[in-house]
Design a protein around this ligand. Structure first.
Ligand SMILES: [Zn+2]
Length: 258
């Protein structure tokens, strides 16, 4: 790997932020409607896409001047945030397709997203940079009758120090910015479950890649499919604060004794 470059202050100890939104769309691509003809109203639910996640991802990319990669088709076709192993990326509508048809779906929709993001991160890591990848998602307030008791979740791998410390700093900043918000670590899913960040962690070393998933409860959506403006501001402002706090850590300022 190349020489470490000086990190821009805006991103703390990171040299690049990459924002992704795997479940940004519930569109059914031309030619795929026959596969999803039984999906009907499922398309507009959390099974079809992550309501509220795309505008949040766009706002994050704008605020931090970050490249943004979004899914363009419903995850009922193929899920960009699941691996192809053992057919995990396929839904009940596509799992039973023959291997060639599944491979075609992967070639058309899954691989281009995965490759584009991996290449963007790879270029920066190869140049000695340190990449923060944030995957933006939303979750349904009630799943199989159980009410989720959090508003925001940050998913990460607790064994990766960069991820752990940034998430702690982000949650601390959020608690100050929005004291009423219920925020949890690795909820409603574990950051180490099958997902795009989990795949990327196998590829990029912990000092050069931090993969975090931001999960927002769809209960907080206002006016259709957009998050409350104040919440969006608080989520992004607290991330900026966390990055500033982490930058001071990296620069090794005076620390309180243990
Ligand atoms: Zn999602």
């Amino acid at each position: 790997m190349g020489r470490r470059r000086k990190a821009p202050q805006r991103l703390g100890g990171f040299t690049l932020l990459v924002v992704t939104c795997e479940h940004a769309s519930n569109a059914v691509p031309r030619g795929a409607s026959v596969l999803l003809k039984g999906a009907g109203s499922l398309l507009s639910t959390h099974r079809g896409w992550d309501r509220g996640a795309p505008p949040l991802a766009r706002a994050m990319a704008r605020r931090f001047n970050a490249p943004l990669f979004t899914g363009a088709a419903t995850r009922l076709l193929i899920d960009l945030n699941r691996s192809l192993e053992r057919g995990r990326a396929f839904s009940e509508f596509t799992r039973g397709l023959d291997p060639l048809a599944r491979a075609l779906l992967a070639d058309r929709h899954w691989t281009p997203h995965r490759d584009a993001v991996t290449e963007e991160i790879g270029r920066e890591v190869d140049a000695g940079g340190r990449v923060l990848h944030i995957g933006v998602h939303s979750f349904t307030p009630v799943l199989r009758g159980v009410r989720r008791n959090a508003d925001v979740g940050l998913l990460y791998d607790p064994r990766r120090a960069l991820e752990k410390s940034l998430c702690a700093a982000w949650l601390a900043a959020l608690a100050t910015a929005a004291p009423g918000l219920r925020c949890r670590k690795n909820y409603p899913y574990l950051g180490t479950s099958d997902g795009f960040t989990t795949t990327l962690r196998k590829r990029f070393p912990p000092d050069h890649y931090a993969g975090i998933e931001l999960e927002v409860n769809q209960r907080l959506l206002r006016g259709g499919d957009t998050l409350d403006a104040a919440l969006t501001r608080n989520l992004l402002g607290s991330l900026a604060q966390a990055l500033r706090d982490e930058a001071q850590e990296v620069q090794g300022g005076p620390r309180p004794g243990r």
